[in-house]
Write a protein that binds this ligand. Structure first.
Ligand code: ZN
Length: 419
């Protein structure tokens, strides 16, 4: 049914409600688990925990618990075992299998310690979790941060579990009953409409900063509202937000809303995390089936997972979609998107730290509106202490907003001039 959206764009409005009403969710069941690596050695010291594996694993998920204070690490695609060496603030190490495919290692803390970062080695065979000692209330405050997921370099990741069969069941789309969002700005329909999409929301927090525990969904909403306010000031554009509260919206409904409203520009706001705490600065992504590098590809894979809740994919896209996707009508949209991305970076340069390679391409579901120029703006890394602090402040958010607003102004002025 999704195919209709792409092959017959003029039918979109009629098709849309059908899609919403009968969106199909798919549940995947893993076949026999693909065991990948064994935990071979665990070493704790003053400033770090290091976990060694004898083979590749899929992912690590780290979280802290209180009463008694402890740090737990779930490792997907791993079997518990191997030697343990407690040390530093870690008094004891316990291991077990939380399910057939997931090893859990628990570190009992003699004194409160905060997780300040985590990274797999270049060969994917070890995971280092950086720690620092903390006051008791600082530790308790950090518990609100929830889990932090860390993935090994993609060329060293274990193959995902094989799926054996697929069950489909109708499920109501997130848009059902919510209606279209409010339009801010002058009530002049001839003015361009910009739709700002605050990434993540609801049960999906997005990235969580290990430094100030700020969540991506909170940052993106604050930044989106700030961009809206800044754009309205100009009086030259109309603005709508895909969400103005802590709501969960599937990716297709985000750009679906923009298309339904006839948006002239769609900007999805994010603030990601990287494996390296050093990574910092903003990046603008536009759509391409071929990712510009592995990092861009990995980010897209992660962002595209936002549709999955409790293992159910609420926005499963037809496998044929990507091949149908980029047709001639979309080339024009992609060119306009790329032009806007360059403009946004130019306008952001005086205000924000930018990556050196700051315009990248990848296959983000949220950018797949075939007829709405769209960019995904990663405003910085919550895994970087400076970026996280910057994005958590009103002043930082306003700098992002001013950059977007001036880029939008120039963009539409140019479009008007070229007509
Ligand atoms: Zn994100």
């Amino acid at each position: 049914m999704f195919k209709n959206i792409w092959t017959k764009p003029h039918h979109i409005l009629q098709q849309r409600s059908m899609v919403s009403a009968a969106l199909i969710a798919s549940v995947f069941f893993a076949a026999s688990p693909t065991m990948a690596g064994n935990v071979s050695r665990v070493v704790a010291s003053d400033d770090a925990i290091t976990i060694h594996f004898d083979d590749v694993v899929n992912k690590a998920s780290i979280f802290s618990l209180s009463g008694p204070n402890r740090i737990a690490v779930d490792i997907l695609g791993a079997t518990a075992g191997g030697s343990v060496t407690p040390g530093g603030s870690v008094a004891a190490v316990r291991q077990g299998q939380s399910d057939t495919d997931t090893a859990r290692i628990v570190f009992d803390l003699a004194a409160p310690a905060l997780i300040t970062g985590g990274q797999f080695s270049a060969d994917g065979r070890s995971l280092r979790i950086a720690l620092r000692s903390a006051a008791s209330d600082e530790f308790l405050g950090s518990l609100r941060g929830g889990r932090t997921d860390i993935v090994p370099p993609s060329n060293f990741r274990a193959s995902p579990p094989q799926r054996r069969y697929e069950v489909t069941a109708p499920i109501a789309s997130g848009l059902g009953g919510r209606g279209l969002p409010k339009i801010y700005g002058p009530a002049d329909k001839s003015l361009p409409l910009v739709v700002i999409d605050a990434g993540h929301g609801g049960h999906d927090p997005g990235a969580i900063s290990p430094h100030n525990s700020v969540r991506e969904k909170t940052v993106t909403l604050a930044v989106a509202k700030s961009i809206r306010d800044e754009l309205i000031k100009s009086g030259r554009v109309r603005v709508a937000l895909t969400r103005d509260n802590d709501a969960f919206i599937i990716l297709q409904d985000r750009f679906g809303t923009a298309r339904k409203m006839g948006a002239d520009l769609f900007i999805s706001v994010h603030a990601d995390a990287a494996e390296s705490e050093q990574a910092n600065g903003a990046t603008v992504y536009t759509l391409s089936e071929t990712a510009s590098d592995r990092e861009a590809q990995r980010l897209a894979a992660r962002e595209n997972k936002a549709n999955i809740i409790n293992g159910v994919n609420l926005g499963k896209v037809d496998d044929n979609l990507s091949s149908i996707l980029i047709d001639l009508t979309q080339r024009e949209t992609m060119n306009i998107s790329a032009d806007f991305a360059k403009l946004l970076l130019r306008e952001a340069k005086p205000n924000l730290r930018l990556r050196s390679d700051s315009h990248k391409f990848a296959s983000f579901v949220v950018l797949k509106a075939p007829d709405t120029p769209s960019v995904l703006f990663e405003t910085g890394y919550l895994s970087n202490a400076d970026d996280a602090a910057f994005l958590a402040t009103k002043a930082g958010q306003q700098k992002v907003a001013r950059s977007v607003a001036s880029a939008v102004q120039v963009h539409f002025a140019r479009r008007l001039a070229s007509r």
